[in-house]
Each structure stands twice: as C-alpha cells, then as structure tokens.
Design a protein around this ligand. Structure first.
Ligand code: F6R
Length: 241
C-alpha cells in the first residue's frame, strides 16, 4: 500500500481531488466508486470547484456508490442518494442517470443487490474506488466478520456504526438497522483504490490497518492484498504509527 502523508483534512481532500481528476482525464469512460460520510465531503467540494473553473468535466463519468440505508427514500435528507446529490452531483455536469446508489426502498432487496452487481459489470469495472474507514475497520458497510468473499448484500448495522452515524439523525432510534453495501470482493475488483483518513479519532484504526493482521474481523485489512491502494492520511490519523 502506498501511503501519502498530508498535513490536514484540506490537504487530504486536495490530493484525492487531484487523483480523481487524473483518472477522469485519462480514461475514455471513467467509472468512479464513491463513498459518503464526513471524510469525502472536502473531496467533493474540491471537485465541484475544479468543474466550475473548467478544469474537469463529468459528462462521460459513471459513478457507483458503496452503500445506502434500507428504508430511506432518495429524497430523505439522511439517505446516501440525497447526500450525493446535494454534496456533489447537483453541482457538476454529470448525467444523473449515470449516477448509481443502491435502492434502499427496493421491494425485493435480494433482487436489487444482484442488479447492482450486474450494472457494475455492464460498465466494465470501477476505475477508482474512494473509501473512508469506520472506527471498527469497516469499508462500505462491511462490518467486522463479513466474509472477504462477499458481494453486494444487505447487512445488519453494528451498534457502534449506528451510534457513530446517529449524529446525522435526530435520535439513535431513527438510524436504520439495515443497509445495502457493495461487498468486499466487489470493492477489491476496483482497478485502483484510494482510502482517505483524517483526524485523531481514527489514529488507532489506522495503526491497526497498517500494523495488524489480515482478518475478516477488521475488514479494511484485506486492502493489503490489492495491487493498487493509496492511503491518504493526515498527521493526526497517523499519530499512532
Ligand atoms: C460511507 C461508507 C463508510 C464510511 C465510514 C467512515 O459510504 O462507506 O464506510 O466511509 O463509515 O465514515 P466517516 O467518513 O463519516 O468517518
């Protein structure tokens, strides 16, 4: 794994922004894998700025998001579809029907997860997958214990993940208990992966990622086996290394 050490959150976002722009410019029909959460917000801001100053176009870009809560409509402010639209897609020239987020209100969730996989395959492969990491080492919503061989599937969310995400909801009871997530194997099939980490709260997680064993109990540890992973981490996140 290639580690890029940066000063702070802004520099992390800037570096990730440069990497994405380089993939978009150099690929005929770029396919990006995207994440939600606090970590990539600065990246999306940077990409919007670059678009507004005519440095990049998203006209021919297709995106696949990692995950979505089960039970939330796309216009629910806590859904990941809403997050992506309001933080990114609504501000760039991407074609909305080329943006894919799992459908958390699909009648048949098992059918939805199969279709999502199919759609990724139809588009070739993900050229660059952006990841954040949960305190427990989750990637997407693949919680500890998820098989490394998993494909896109429905998950029961860990209490620790529901607690961590409760800050966006008015109470913990409103945080959904299930989500759809791209599987570990699905993520590992991406051509390039860039993992973003910022802040002291993630320092122990980063130390375990870099120094710990490869185990399904710490899902991100599988990234050691991918041939092209870049971790962009700030000084605070690397403070326990
Ligand atoms: C979100 C996702 C999650 C987050 C992780 C970190 O689409 O896949 O794995 O990346 O929970 O979240 P933040 O960035 O809010 O710390």
């Amino acid at each position: 794994m290639n580690i890029i050490r940066v000063k702070d959150y802004d520099e992390m976002s800037q570096k990730a922004c440069e990497m994405i722009i380089s993939v978009v410019r150099s690929t005929e029909k770029p396919v990006l894998g995207l994440a939600t959460g606090s970590t990539p917000e600065g990246l999306y801001k940077c990409l919007i700025e670059q678009y507004q100053s005519n440095k990049v176009s998203f006209d021919n870009v297709t995106t696949f998001n990692l995950d979505e809560y089960v039970g939330l409509e796309g216009n629910d402010p806590n859904s990941y579809r809403y997050f992506m639209d309001s933080n990114f897609f609504d501000h760039i020239n991407i074609q909305k029907n080329n943006t894919h987020v799992p459908n958390g209100i699909a009648k048949d969730l098992e059918e939805e997860v199969l279709q999502y996989e199919e759609l990724i395959k139809e588009n070739g492969a993900i050229d660059m997958q952006v990841l954040g990491i949960g305190l427990n080492g989750h990637i997407g919503f693949n919680e500890p214990g998820t098989a490394f061989s998993s494909r896109t599937h429905v998950v029961e969310l860990d209490e620790s993940t529901r607690n961590a995400n409760a800050r966006f909801f008015s109470s913990i009871d409103e945080v959904p208990t299930q989500a759809i997530t791209a599987g570990i194997e699905t993520i590992m099939e991406s051509k390039k992966i860039v993992l973003l980490v910022s802040g002291e709260a993630k320092a122990e997680t980063v130390a375990r990622l870099l120094n710990g064993e490869i185990t399904e109990n710490f899902p991100a540890s599988i990234l050691h086996k991918h041939p092209d992973v870049t971790i962009i981490a700030d000084e605070a996140a690397l403070s326990q290394i």
